[in-house]
Design a protein. Sequence first.
Length: 174
Amino acid sequence: MENKLDNFFSENDFDFQEPHSGHLERFERKLNHPKKLNRTSWKWLPVAASVVLVLGFWLGTHHQKRQIELADVSPKMEEVQNYFVSTINKELKNIESNRSLETETVIEQALDKLEELEESYNFFLTELNVAGNQSKIINAMIKNYQQRLQILENVLQQIEQIKNPKLLNNEIYI
């Protein structure tokens, strides 16, 4: 063990020289009298930052262009949108509660399809804002919600078949 230590110190070049004279006094003087920072010139910075933030939030909320949604068309369309959104969210929670290794691919494929439908729905929203209250766009938006719901119902059926494979064999078709 001593041989290894001797080899370590002989192979490595360490600085064994003493510091210059007065080193200890300079060190103690720096410890006893820390350098004071000039903070008076930076006192306005937090105030300016908070003013900029408040102004930015105000501009963002008050000058943002209001986008028309399906619910803004009529009270009946608001009911339709609320029904589809709540039903879709309920089905998504149901699907997520049934997520497992066996159902992962089916669920991920369905979520990809839902994402595509969400993109097309956003396109319909921009068209509704540009073209105005047109029945073709509104019907396409409702059909989009129906397609999403149909996909979720199909996934739930597939999950049920994966969880209970005997269920399919015991069904009687009329």
